[in-house]
Design a protein around this ligand. Sequence first.
Ligand code: FES
Length: 666
Amino acid sequence: MRVVVCCRRACTQRGRVDGGGELRITCLGHAGLHIETSCGTILCDPWVNPAYFESWFVFPDNSGLDWDRFGDVDYLYVSHLHKDHFDPELLSRHVSRRATVLLPDFPVPDLREALERLGFTEFVVLRSGQVVDVGGLRLMGQALQSPADGPLGDSVLAVDDGTARMLNQNDARPTELDALRSFGPYDVHLLQFSGAIWWPWTYELPEAAKRSFGAVKRANGLDRAARYVTEIGARHVVPFAGPPCFLDKELFDLNDLTGDPASTFPDQTVFLDYLRERGIKGGQLMTPGAVLDVSAAHCEVHWPGPAEQALEPFTDKTRYLRGYAARMRDKIAAGKRRWPAGGIDLLAELKAWFEPLLELADHIRTGVGGPVLLDTGDEQPIVIDFPAGQVRAFAGETCRYQFSIGRPLVERLIADHQTDWVNSLFLSMRFKARRIGPYNEYVYTFFKCLSPERLMYAEGWYASRSHDEEEIQLGDWITQRRCPHMSGDLSRFGQTTGSILTCTMHGWQFDLATGQCLTSDDASHRISSRPARTRKPSKRPSPARVKRVPALPELRPLDPARAAGDRSKALSAPKDLPSASRPGKRAAATKARHHVRPPAGDLGTVLPSARRSSTVAASIRLRSCRLPRRLDKKSAPMSPGPAAGAWMRMPAGDVVTAAIDRASPA
Ligand code: FES
């Protein structure tokens, strides 16, 4: 063991020994980082093996890294249990069990137990928002605890070794920014900017509608990340933790090969362009093996090889991904052979598993409010009857949600007793969905809580949920400060257009004139609001508590051309690299081919709707697609055909009023 002298005290960890006085961050791909500090090394979220039924792969390929070297560390930080952050095979083969785990303070013990099963024994629990000294390192974690946060929890880690300060936000969406900022100022901020979930691609919708929703989601993700960047104010920003790439030919089209403005999987260069367009400086592109040396006075990225090679995943993406897919073909085929478990009576197994859980799930059953269909291709589909608390054979009734999932996948979920189907099945994109009405978060919460411990936690969370009473003024409206969805701070993430408030944390919308949530029909998601010029109702807090929101730094609308094409300006590091621009013509051709413009604003053209119903979530102007007229839950139940879930209506002209799915797993 080497001994180094730390800035504050003598350390005995395997930290930097070159006396560089800098923090060294090596990108390991996706959310993986190897951090060399003056007081030891930290390995974060290493992931190399395909995840989610062989759907997700690391982009760019990181399989050639020296994992034994990167696994020989003092500290291990796994931000959460999603399979693109927690790779048990890699941890078990390459990571030193002597490493001390920096454990987020999650309410359920699943992450700790999973790491203990792999042989890790030393844990330091990072209490949310508390600054601790660990071996000379100043650290702060923040654990997000809502059932909708990742697999029942996601987290961030702030690190200060006396030479530099960094914030690893990975794919978390923290709401308590004051605590995070108080740890700064930061030299480096690493965060996700790209989508990760199945909406809208697995839903049976008209293609034009999918593209329109995809454009909104892409724009929302870029905007949200830019807001975090502005709020944190670090000198350097590294986009990471996404997107994955999809190498199975069944999923290959999900990759954003052309800078498609409707794709929810934009790559790092798109986000760096987005920041530059808004005058936000300091963006740094890192690929697996790239090293960033940073101190308070200096920041430099070193590439693992020739620049052309390092940038090929972005400059010639289609060719790069086809070659990558060819290398992984056997691995994908071998994985698929392991899916079927055989000899399983699905109905009997699911009945025995789910019904005891449904007995415990008062809030979730009420929240779902209807039966959910699982169609595995068998003669007899299965219904989870949430109101009745039963699992039974489908009897032809109308179902709130309908999932079509291949039988081998369900067999594997049962055989492995996967207690979080979001973190196994849904993120795989290997299913189809329909629904009646808007997005229902209880449905997905149930599928990620398939054990009594997890379910009881979610039930307790719903039971205790209460809204912050502090009020703020947004535009012409006074509203509660905390978003009814997951308590996002609306003074930072709220955006009004007329009476429509959009919380850009997850894109949920509210009508401030009525208090109605437009994204969910759950009454608990109503928002408290009133026009700024009216007297406040007697029961509300005193005017002294109303906080005027200072103007946010201007975030201009998404420029589709920039989002789609010219990436040359994204590559800000290092200076001697050649441009990685894409032909602007390709972007223009892509746009022309699809005939659907991305939203005109950064969250789409959101229109106050004169004809809103309980199924309405947002109004989006589609330029050139046509959708079936008058489809609603009464007239178009779950039947085959373009109704596709029967929740889309077209009240007039080309203004489409539709629900937006905002599930938020990473
Ligand atoms: S916190 Fe999720 S949309 Fe506001």
